[in-house]
Structure formats: structure tokens, C-alpha cells
Design a protein around this ligand. Sequence first.
Ligand code: NAP
Length: 262
Amino acid sequence: MAASETLKIGIIGFGPFGQFLARTMIKQGHTLVATSRSDHSLLCFQLGIPFFKEFSKFFASGSDVILLCTSIVSTSDVLSTIPMRDLQKARLFVDVLSVKEHPRDLLLQVLPEEVDLLCTHPMFGPESGRDGWEGLPLVYDRVRVRNHGLCDKFLDVFHQEGCRMLEMSCEEHDRMTAKTQFLAHTIGRILDQMKIESTSIDTKGFQKLLQVKDSSIKDSLDLYIGLYQHNKFARKEMEKLELAFQAVKGMLMESIINQGSS
Ligand code: NAP
């Protein structure tokens, strides 16, 4: 990639997902810096990128794009600690949270007016994207974008890897993921509570359940809690799940009663 096409990207939150994205961005030739609550300086050293504990130094390094990769549940606290006046050169702020209305609303309140805002959700992670991002969905909403060139350059990080680029509103995203991602995580967490395990006679269907359980619990509990607390559509899906469970159980109970009376 020509130097003119590469970006300076500053990552806030260098946990599992921030690290995962960073590896691909480094591979693509972008210039990265990172900051985080915990000390990730050793890993950053190994990756060949600077790690700054203080926001002042992180912002002074002059990134074009700031990428927020912190947990959903900490967003409000994290944003309250960022000295927005120090954003300086950064012209685009991007988040990758797995819920979208919550960060959009908070960021619109705190970002300086001149900074653009792109809300994204890469619908994959270190597990599902381990062997590449080809065909995996990247959802995005150009919430406040005036510099389309810079925004397109950033989106190209995902486009170049073969992601399926899906532009939709934050609300539409949250409505859909409550019915899909949140449901999958909830079923996985329930199966984990049940301590289901593989046997020598597993059916294909059961093996899929084991996969759902395993992939759900690989993500942090904070992530799962965030999917519930900060997606207004998740509560309804939880209620539907409970009702559906009761309905299925009721059907079975009824079948026993009917058998007894016949
Ligand atoms: P996570 O548990 O959701 O977030 C971990 C990150 O949040 C770490 O960088 C951690 O910092 C930071 N953090 C947590 N509490 C904090 C606090 N009180 N103050 C400051 N920083 C705090 O795990 P993750 O998988 O890395 O996800 C990061 C973000 O990416 C989340 O918003 C998630 O929804 C999104 N996302 C994740 C995936 C995935 O597959 N994992 C996919 C798409 C989007 P330290 O490491 O410095 O302690």
C-alpha cells in the first residue's frame, strides 16, 4: 500500500479485540499507537508499536483516526476520562462496540463538533476471524461524516480483507443483533451453566450446541453484560426466550396429563 494511503490510527483499549484489529492494521502498513487502562507495553513492543499510558502523549503522537475498543460497560467512564480538547489532529473517531446506539449517543455528546464520527461493529472476533476476514460482515453507520475520503480510507481496512460491508443505522443494528448475537450468547451462557459436555455419541446438533457454548464463553462476561444492558431491544428478546421456554415446557407437561387421562 502506498504511504499516502496508510493511516495513523490510535487505539484506545488494547484488550483482546483491540489487539486482534491491530495485527491486521499493522500487516496492512498503517501506523499505530495504543493506550489502555492496563499496561500492554510489552505486547506493543513486540508488535513494534508505541504504547502510551497517558492520553496526553497518546494524542500528541498525532493520529488521524482514534479507534475506541474498550468494553461496552465502561464506555461512559472511559469517555469521561478522555481529554477531548487534546484530540488535536484526529479528524475521525471510530468505535467498534458490539452495541451501537449507546456509544453513538455518548460520543455525540462529548466529541468536539469538528471531529467526525463513524460507528462500526465488526461482526467477528479473534475466534471467528482467526483465519481471515473474507466474507465476514462489517456493519457501519456514518453518524457524522464530512470528510468522506478519510472515512472511506478507514473502511478500506475491512474492505481490503474481503469483509461484507453493510451500512445501516445504529438502531437497525441493535434491533437485529438483539435477535441474533445476544440470543446466541444467551443460549451459550445457559448451556455453560448446565455444564454440557461432549460424549462419545454426540449428534451433529449437539456438537453445534457445544460450539455455541464454547464461542460465547470465550468472550468476556463484560461483553455479554454490555449486550444486555446497552441494547434496548435485548430485554424483549430475553422475555421472549423465557416465554418460549415456558411454552415448550407447558406442551410437554400437557402431553403427560393427556396421556394419563386417555
Ligand atoms: P471487553 O471485555 O469487551 O473489553 C476489554 C477492553 O476494555 C480492554 O481494552 C480493557 O482495558 C477495557 N476496559 C474494560 N473496563 C475498563 C475500564 N473500567 N476502564 C478502562 N478500560 C476498560 O473485551 P474485547 O473482546 O476486547 O472487546 C472490546 C470491544 O470490542 C467491546 O466493546 C466489544 O463489544 C467489541 N467487539 C468485540 C468483539 C469480540 O469478538 N471480542 C467483536 C466485535 C466487537 P485493559 O485491557 O487495558 O484492562
